[in-house]
Design a protein. Structure first.
Length: 441
């Protein structure tokens, strides 16, 4: 089995969201992948407990997706998305729109979750401008929310290290409180019972600013990046009701929760709540080619379709919006999801997954465990060096000693394997994670 040799100079590459200096002293390289596994350059096989980075929902390097990308690269490498169209972009938009709930039936393509979020925020403000309500500009995010790293995303996001050295960011942003409370929710399976009332804080923000100044609320149905915080039962319904009461747009950031992670095409379906916009990325191409986007309600699209026939309606877009390789990968990925029934499968195995992950309760330093869909989080108590060190050591131990890849969020181990995971592999992920936790002492 061929793997790409490790480079001998690691200096030039400034790695994203990485402890660069420690990585370069003891690298964690990955150079090949197939189905549920990665391989290191030396040929060591690792079980993927993270679907790469929440994105490889169909499993790695799947033949039909690989072939679609190869064929597309040979047929047409690139086509300009401004004023010209690639047939596959229209096909993919139609399929994504059909998967979205309600009248969310128009799709704008970007290349990442961060771009999807910035697009949605601009659309919200632009929508009200087009309606003659240009004063509706305020945006509301949530503490512990992650919406990528654009200036829009970090402004509505609620993660201090992602914000604190970047200055003023966007003006006019408020935050709802985070919905996690260990005392009330510890060891929850699925949506916690406690916390729906936290949506009522939106009423306080409206009282402070007046709804006539507020454009949109953006939340993740399940906050992934800050350690897996599922919406409490009834919370999203409450947010929807308050947004409706005041004419505020509701945006779901489904960059992680979209494409099967919670057992449905979009989490909106799981919760029976129809937002006004859905941001997506990651699973749309199962991570193979960068792609993101926003699905919007008909009224939002219609609001922009004004002015002279020859004129651009929205001054926004990216050179690589609807890139032909991403569109081909997206169509092939949706075929795999459909043919293999992967979303239904995720629903079916959710209780098995939850039992397995919750079996880690009682191991040393395990302070809380949360599961929802095919996602699991294990909070470890910080060690005496301070927050983040035990989590980092867990990731390192998993890669080097247990042949397992998972994500960490501070001292939380986050598991989110590809949706093709077998029941035996669920046991393997959990057994290896248990060994990691025990090894940390
Ligand atoms: C909810 C959410 N929004 C946005 C993003 C940003 O996506 P990207 O890294 O593709 O820009 C992420 C990434 O994990 C995410 O989880």
């Amino acid at each position: 089995m061929s793997t790409v040799a490790a480079p001998n100079d690691l200096n030039a590459y400034w790695m994203p969201f990485t402890a660069n200096r420690s990585f370069k002293r003891a690298p964690r390289m990955l150079s090949k992948a197939k189905d549920m596994h990665y391989w290191t350059p030396e040929g060591r096989k690792l079980l993927d407990g993270a679907a790469g980075l929440w994105c490889v929902n169909a499993g790695h390097s799947r033949d039909p997706i690989v072939k679609a990308i190869q064929d597309q690269a040979a047929e047409m490498d690139f086509s300009p998305p401004f004023q010209f169209g690639n047939p596959k972009a229209f096909q993919l938009a139609t399929r994504v729109a059909a998967m979205a709930p309600g009248d969310l039936d128009h799709v704008f393509f970007a290349n990442s979750g961060s771009e999807a979020v910035d697009t949605a925020l601009k659309m919200a403000i632009g929508y009200f401008h087009m309606q003659g309500q240009g004063q509706r500009q305020r945006l509301i995010g949530r503490a512990r929310g992650y919406h990528g790293v654009g200036f829009g995303g970090i402004s509505v996001g609620g993660i201090s290290p992602n914000r604190k050295i970047y200055g003023a960011m966007l003006a006019g942003v408020d935050h709802l409180p985070a919905t996690y409370n260990r005392a009330e929710q510890a060891f929850a399976r699925g949506e916690p019972d406690w916390g729906a009332h936290l949506a009522d804080d939106l009423e306080n923000i409206v009282a402070l600013h007046d709804a006539s100044n507020i454009a949109a609320v953006i939340v993740e149905p399940m906050a992934g990046s800050t350690g897996v915080i599922a919406a409490p039962k009834g919370y999203l319904q409450k947010l929807r009701a308050i947004c409706d009461k005041y004419g505020i747009l509701l945006i779901f950031d489904e960059v992680i929760t979209g494409f099967g992670r919670l057992g449905y095409a979009f989490a909106a379906e799981r919760y029976g709540v129809v937002p006004d916009m859905i941001c997506f990325a990651k699973g749309i191409t199962s991570g193979t080619v960068p792609m993101g986007g926003v699905v919007v309600r008909k009224c939002i699209y219609d609001a922009f379709m004004k002015g002279p026939d020859h004129a651009v309606e929205m001054f926004h877009g990216y050179t690589y919006s609807a890139h032909p390789l991403a569109c081909a990968a997206g169509l092939a990925t949706l075929d795999v999801y459909e043919k293999e029934g992967l979303f239904e499968r995720a629903r079916k195995i959710e209780p098995i997954w939850a039992d397995a992950v919750h079996s880690l309760k009682g191991l040393p330093n395990v302070a809380d465990i949360r599961t929802i869909g095919i996602v699991g989080a294990i909070d470890l108590a910080p060690n005496n060096v301070g927050p983040g060190k035990r989590g980092f050591e867990a990731m390192d131990e998993a890669y080097h000693k247990q042949d397992l890849l998972f994500r960490i969020a501070g001292d939380t181990i986050v598991l989110s394997p590809p949706l093709i995971i077998s029941e035996a592999q669920i046991d393997e992920v959990v057994e290896k994670t248990a060994k990691v936790i025990k090894a940390l002492g």
